[in-house]
Design a protein around this ligand. Sequence first.
Ligand code: SF4
Ligand code: SF4
Length: 253
Amino acid sequence: MLDLNFDLSHHKILPTLAVESLTGCAGELLVILENVDKLLPYMVVKRFPFAQSSNDNGFCDIALVEGSVSQKHDIEKLIQLRANCRWLVAVGNCALYGCVQKCNNANIKALDEKVYGSFQNTEALPSKPIEAYVKVDVKLSGCPINATQLLSTIASLLKDNFPNITHKPVCLECKLKENPCILIENNEPCLGPITAAGCGALCPSFASPCYGCWGPCEGARVDAMANILTKKGYDLEEILSRINTFGQNIKIV
Ligand code: SF4
Ligand code: SF4
């Protein structure tokens, strides 16, 4: 249960928060924006360019970073932020895996030509997770992230505790909800067995197959998953495309 009752007596001033975005759709920013009022009694928001016009680049206690690195200025922003925060929390699958803009590891030049008709040299870099450039203290997956998990992570860090984030499969949450299994019963291509829980088994709860938006679970048996789905008549290339949509680079030999 979320505990936001802090004893902040050891802080002379309130702890500080920065929220920064690299390349992404701003989905995590919206989740943070919708919940930032719950943090305001306990923290000062020093930087949140998406939501406020006055921003401070100085040191902060917690930096939340969404988006992947796909431009040179993303790298510069990220390195500056890392140097100026105590805890850096990567929020969302773009920050963790490179996500959809990684385009299943497509060639940047080919993408540039496809989008603009001819090569325009947009100087885009291959989309990479932020951990490729800086140390990350906490990783919150999701597309978008779960608000309760975000708030409990911040609550833990404010108490100088490291958050306990598990990556059990979606099937666990699905079974706790007593949903019928649409993979077994309806032959739907549900990726719940290899996807990290946290969303509350949202899609299978509405009889839609999980498409893996929370990234891989602990010890994901992708080969076994692919085996099951090919036996059910799904094409291996299509399965891998689904699994890799959110930035994985899984190959099955
Ligand atoms: S429906 Fe999907 S998430 Fe639910 S138990 Fe079956 S495979 Fe797992
Ligand atoms: S069930 Fe799967 S695809 Fe749906 S929200 Fe959860 S992790 Fe994402």
